[in-house]
Ligand binder design. Structure first.
Ligand SMILES: [Zn+2]
Length: 154
C-alpha cells in the first residue's frame, strides 16, 4: 500500500546527558572552579592565545600544550540582548538577558558569556569588562557569573 503524502509529527525531545569535556577543558574548568583563574592555551607555532582554551591550533594544527595565565579583564567585541525563550532546559537562564563575546586581555579569541550589572543601552563594542565569579563554583563555565563593565574611577 502506498502512502499518498508523507505526514509528520512535530515534537520536542529533552535528553539529559553527562559528557566528558576532554582533558583541556577539564583543566580549564578546574582552575576556574578552584582558583578563579582563567587560563588559555598558546600556540608555539603562530603565537595565538586561545580563550576558551583549545587542544589544537585551528590555524597551523599544532598541539597546544602551553597554558597561558590571563587576567579577568578584557574587551567586549560584540553583544546582543536575548528575549526569545526556547525552554528553560535549553537556556541557562530565562530571558531577557545580555550576551557578549569578550576577548580577555592577552588572548586572540573571544569567549561568549553573560553581561551583568549593565543595560543594553550602556554597552559599547570595545568597552572594558571584567569577570564576576560565582561564590559557589561547580566546575562549569557558569562559575563565571557574568562580565560587567569596568567603570572609570570618578
Ligand atoms: Zn598556531
Amino acid at each position: 500500500m502506498k502512502t499518498r503524502e508523507p505526514l509528520q509529527v512535530l515534537g520536542r525531545l529533552y535528553v539529559p546527558y553527562a559528557n566528558w569535556v576532554g582533558e583541556t577543558t577539564s583543566q580549564f574548568l578546574c582552575e576556574l572552579r578552584d582558583k578563579r583563574r582563567l587560563r588559555g592555551t598558546g600556540c608555539s607555532e603562530c603565537g595565538k592565545v586561545f580563550m576558551p582554551p583549545r587542544s589544537v591550533c585551528p590555524t597551523c594544527l599544532a598541539s597546544l600544550e602551553t597554558w597561558v595565565d590571563l587576567p579577568t579583564t578584557g574587551l567586549l567585541m560584540t553583544y546582543t540582548s536575548v528575549h526569545y525563550s526556547f525552554g528553560r532546559e535549553y537556556q541557562p537562564m530565562d530571558p531577557p538577558y545580555l550576551l557578549g563575546i569578550i576577548r580577555l586581555d592577552g588572548a586572540d579569541t573571544g569567549l561568549c558569556h553573560f553581561l551583568g550589572e549593565t543595560s543594553f543601552e550602556e554597552l559599547r563594542v570595545g568597552m572594558k569588562v571584567e569577570a564576576v565569579f560565582k561564590e559557589n563554583r561547580e566546575g562549569n563555565i557558569l562559575d563565571i557569573a557574568y562580565f560587567r563593565p569596568i567603570k572609570a574611577a570618578s
